[in-house]
Design a protein. Structure first.
Length: 114
C-alpha cells in the first residue's frame, strides 16, 4: 500500500492527443504528442511526448484529438531511443486489448484529476 501523501505526488491530468505515429521498427509502440496544459513563457502550448505500447490495438490516425488520462510527472525515460515524458492510463481486462481511460465529457487539456 502507498500512503495518501504518496498518492498526492502523482500528477494525473487530462491530455489531448495532438499527434500520433508508429515508432519505426516496432510493432507495439506509438509515439504520441499530447497537450497536457503546460505553457511556455509566450503562452504557447508545450506538448509532452509519450511512447506507448498500444500500436497493436490503436491506429494512430484514430487517436488524434482524443482526450486521455496521463501521469504527467514521471521521470522521463528513454524507450527505443525516444524520450517518453509521461504515461497514459489504460485498463487491461483479462490480458485483452488495453482500453484507454477517457473523460465522460469534453475537458480542457491539463485538467487535474483528483
Amino acid at each position: 500500500m502507498i500512503s495518501f501523501e504518496d498518492f498526492k505526488k502523482l500528477d494525473l491530468r487530462v491530455a489531448k492527443i495532438i499527434f500520433a505515429e508508429r515508432v519505426e521498427n516496432s510493432e507495439k509502440l506509438l509515439k504520441l504528442k499530447v497537450d497536457c496544459g503546460d505553457k511556455n513563457e509566450a503562452g504557447e502550448s508545450v506538448p509532452h511526448q509519450i511512447i506507448a505500447g498500444i500500436a497493436q490495438f490503436y491506429e494512430p490516425e484514430n487517436l488524434i484529438d482524443k482526450e486521455i488520462v496521463i501521469v504527467a510527472n514521471l521521470e522521463p525515460r528513454t524507450i527505443v531511443g525516444l524520450e517518453s515524458q509521461g504515461m497514459l492510463l489504460a485498463v487491461n481486462c483479462d490480458g485483452n486489448e488495453p482500453i484507454l481511460l477517457i473523460p465522460e465529457k469534453p475537458v480542457p487539456p491539463g485538467t487535474i484529476i483528483r
